[in-house]
Write a new protein. Sequence first.
Length: 251
Amino acid sequence: MKQLIAMIIILVIANPVMGEYLSEKIKKPVKKSIEIRQMTQKEEDKWAEEKAKMQAEYKELKHVRENLLAVNKRLNRGIDVHREEIGSIEGKIKEIERISEELLPCLFETLKRLEEYTASSLPFLPKEREHRLKGLRRTLEDSKISASEKFRRIMEALSVEAEYGNTVEVYQERIDIEGKNILVNIFRLGRLSLFFQTLDQETTGFYNPACTAWVQFSRRCNREINKAIEIAVKKRSIDLLTLPLGKVVVQ
């Protein structure tokens, strides 16, 4: 091999034309090799750049995936919590429906007792109280109205009836006195007693629950009844009164 190289060198030195020929023969493969190497290097650089980009994208996608998994985990926990809340609410709804089914008969029974009590009590404000009771019955019979609203209306009516026991009032009404229908002033003393006085203040009396009729007083009671009416309508300051209550009938 060494001898061959030495001979080539001798030939190049001895023959310039041969040297140029051999030089061209050597340059072309070397140049081509360099070009190939440069192209390869460019491809390697390109692939290296692509690789770096893909690695960066992979890392980013991996980070996004981890975030999404964390979000999904939180959402799953939230869904579980909401399912528990829904289950609890459904349980409460069923309990409310059960209570409503049991409450409605109780409300009808309460209304029945209130109607009976109103019918047997002193006959004051009959139209107002009758209107209230009829409205209550329509409310209880209306399926579109909630049980809670029906309960509220019943309690409101009971409260109004109970409040009558703590108040006094005067209103005008026609009543039957010894076969005559007369317009009078009615003085209600709580739920304890009802008194009347004619508009000319000449006749007074009270409602006797024992015989369910209006009974006249003697004329000596006119002054006290008139005073009671004036106090009730705030024409006179509060004062002690002596009113003939008669026997108290326990309902």
